[in-house]
Design a protein around this ligand. Structure first.
Ligand code: FES
Length: 292
């Protein structure tokens, strides 16, 4: 059982939770993730990147978007509640090397897993240009944290409601066109965003790392649920990844596999989001009554 120490809502459907997990907090490295099971013994298991950790406090920070049944059930938990099982740290840690100028690109919820990697890249002396983007201002997360570690921060929104009106690939392309071009790029976000980031950097020969977030079940390389094709070979995201060379990933195949669960995910989102909104309204009403 892992206790939720702190819960913050970052945007409409995005939450940050600090969870008690002393062993994981001590062992985790940037790029690694956990698999969690919210409640009963038969619940779905989902992978979440460890966005931060505090070994002194014995806690890890998870940032997640409520999109399907399990993430909505997790969002319904409050401080003091427990999560039935946390498994980790899993996956290969990021390769953190001093290469010079690194462009870090985070889209939507992908900004959270990007943060520890960017932090580690900065800590060993790389120059960081960070691009963060979202569909609109209300969906943008962790701007302050990223600003604190970036040499240059570029904020974009699809609708122009905040920062520059652009997709993340536009400033990325401009940076690749500069002389000297960046030495490396790290892109984390929705699969379609990572695919187009990789396509943007490919003609310029800028090595591009992506972090894949596939369906996972056991997290140990046994079930095959997380398999992807990288450079023509089958890889398992849970043990071989989650980070891969973006120029070698078969994103179309990966997105096809993810789409298989989309109708179920949409139906669950509809059902559980209403429950979350109703719970939030009840809390607000209770707080207003209390304040009178
Ligand atoms: S989650 Fe089962 S093989 Fe990766």
């Amino acid at each position: 059982m892992n206790k939720i120490l702190k819960k913050t809502q970052l945007s409409d459907c995005v939450y940050r939770m600090e969870v008690e997990a002393p062993l994981i907090a001590r062992e985790r490295k940037p790029g690694q993730f956990i698999i969690l099971q919210v409640d009963d013994d038969f619940g779905e298991r989902i992978p979440l990147t460890i966005a931060d950790a505090d070994p002194e406090r014995g806690s890890i920070t998870l940032v997640f978007q409520a999109v399907g049944k399990t993430t909505h059930l997790l969002a319904e938990k409050e401080e003091g509640d427990t999560i039935v099982a946390l498994l980790g740290p899993l996956g290969q840690p990021s390769r953190i090397e001093k290469v010079g100028h690194v462009v870090c690109v985070g889209g939507g919820i992908g900004v959270a897993p990007l943060y520890p990697i960017a932090q580690a890249l900065k800590a060993i002396g790389n120059r960081l240009t960070i691009i963060i983007g979202a569909r609109n201002k209300s969906l943008l997360i962790m701007e302050d944290e990223m600003r604190a570690i970036a040499d240059d921060l570029i904020v974009v929104t699809d609708d122009g409601s905040y920062g520059r009106k652009a997709l993340v690939t536009e400033p990325l392309k401009e940076l690749c066109e500069q002389t000297p071009k960046p030495d490396m790029a790290v892109a984390i976000g929705p699969p379609i965003m990572m695919k187009f980031c990789a396509e943007t950097t490919r003609p310029y020969g800028v090595h591009t790392i992506v972090s894949l977030n596939t369906i996972m079940i056991d997290g140990t390389g046994m079930c095959g649920g997380c398999r992807v094709t990288v450079g023509g070979e089958t890889k398992f995201v849970c043990v071989d990844g989650p980070e891969f060379d973006g120029h070698l990933v078969d994103f179309d195949n990966m997105m096809k596999r993810l789409r298989a669960y989309k109708p179920r995910e949409d139906a669950d989102h509809e059902k559980y989001h209403c429950r979350l909104e109703a719970a939030a309204a009840r809390l607000e009403a209770a707080a207003a009554t209390h304040a009178k």
